[in-house]
Design a binder for this molecule. Structure first.
Ligand code: SAM
Ligand code: SF4
Ligand code: SF4
Length: 349
């Protein structure tokens, strides 16, 4: 059983298309608005590395909302159709709704956000009022003991569920829920999560544990392949594949045969999708990265603060994208595993 990777026609034909060295268009931008987080997920910011003495970026090194708004408009002019705000934990950036309001005003832009949900119950209404339309919430288990083991700060499941409910009530729907699956930690949570979110009408997406950064001690043996996850769910709740909606959609989609909704699997380790990767990433301090697994980025903050014109910034982005040859997941090997890659909490996923 495999979903067909066919794409619906008319892929924003009116917009500018900037393609990289492997003919992939620039369509998506992920903006990390902070490198800080109130969780210490063991697969992302393990406490041994991100402990009390860890030096996060000082405020003056973060891009300001004004700088982010300016860059977002340049990216939109280059063909970017979707922006996802992320982090670290994006809701820890003070006044995020002000940035959302500015970005939501960019015509034709699909604006969304990924959060750990811990602060969502308080902020969902303000974000929706500012123009946010959708949200993705990360949650790795419904079992408190398992979840606390994964977030490593004793954060309870109930408060994330309250955040999801507040988001849906504020109209940030459909809410997507992301679950990273790590062998030996939360496989037993796969079915309870599938049952619960099917019932709630939210789309659950399972993410294979990835070797992002260098601090999480990743091992291939800890990855639960997406196929195994689909097989496990299908045995109890029969599934059928759904066509990809657009080029660059990273999740393989599956729907419940009884019509009760769908799930997604993001199989970046076992079934890499580099050939359709249309995403650029901006770190909180203004580094432009063209791959989640990159070791270096292009400094856009330096340009912004040296009074570069929009044309100069556009040229820098265009050159970076057109020269792009990244396909890390397709080339993953014992050698690439040892590279000094940027951390997930810095690049934003
Ligand atoms: N803090 C927010 C959150 O957790 O949703 C946004 C940033 S987080 C880096 C973005 C996404 O990356 C989350 O869904 C998280 O679960 C996922 N993630 C982090 N580390 C990962 C890893 N090693 N492998 C796979 N996904 C990972
Ligand atoms: Fe924080 Fe998100 Fe990383 Fe967890 S996955 S440590 S919530 S940035
Ligand atoms: Fe895109 Fe890099 Fe991931 Fe491949 S490995 S899909 S190029 S981000």
């Amino acid at each position: 059983m495999r979903p067909r990777r066919t794409f619906r026609a008319s892929y924003f034909p009116y917009q500018m298309t900037l393609t990289d060295a492997l003919a992939r268009p620039l369509r998506d931008l992920r903006i990390s608005v902070t490198d800080r987080c109130n969780f210490r997920c063991v697969y992302c910011m393990p406490k041994e590395v991100f402990g009390k003495g860890y030096q996060f970026l000082p405020k003056e090194q973060l891009l300001t909302f004004e700088e982010l708004g300016r860059l977002a408009r340049v990216f939109a002019g280059l063909g970017v159709q979707k922006i996802r705000l992320t982090g670290g934990e994006p809701l820890m950036r003070r006044g995020l709704d002000v940035l959302v309001r500015d970005l939501a005003a960019i015509q034709g832009l699909d604006l969304t956000l990924t959060t750990n949900g811990s602060l969502l119950a308080d902020q969902a209404a303000a974000l929706a009022a500012a123009g946010l339309r959708r949200v993705t919430v990360s949650l790795d288990s419904l079992d408190d003991a398992v979840f606390k083991c994964m977030n490593d700060v004793e954060f309870p499941v109930a408060r994330v569920l309250a955040g999801i409910e507040a988001a849906a009530a504020a109209g940030l729907a459909p809410v997507k829920v992301n679950m990273v699956v790590r062998r030996g930690l939360n496989e037993q949570s796969i079915l309870p999560m599938a049952r619960y979110f099917r019932e709630q009408g939210h789309t659950l997406r399972f993410i294979e544990y990835m070797d992002v950064g260098t601090s999480n001690g990743w091992r291939l043996a800890d990855v639960v392949p997406a196929r195994e996850i689909v097989r496990m769910i299908d045995a109890e709740l029969p599934l059928e594949p759904v066509d990809a909606a657009y080029r660059g959609e990273v999740a393989e989609r599956w729907r419940y045969r009884d019509g009760s909704g769908e799930i997604g699997v993001i199989a970046s380790v076992t079934q890499p999708f580099c050939a359709d990767c249309t995403r650029a990433r901006l770190t909180a301090d203004g580094g432009l990265y063209t791959c989640l697994f990159a070791t270096t980025g292009r400094d856009l903050r330096g340009l912004l603060r040296a009074d570069a014109t929009d044309d100069e910034i556009r040229d820098a982005i265009s050159t970076t994208w057109t020269e792009r040859t990244d396909r890390y997941s397709e080339q993953r090997s014992s050698e690439t595993a040892g590279l000094h890659k940027i951390e997930m909490s810095f690049i934003g996923g």
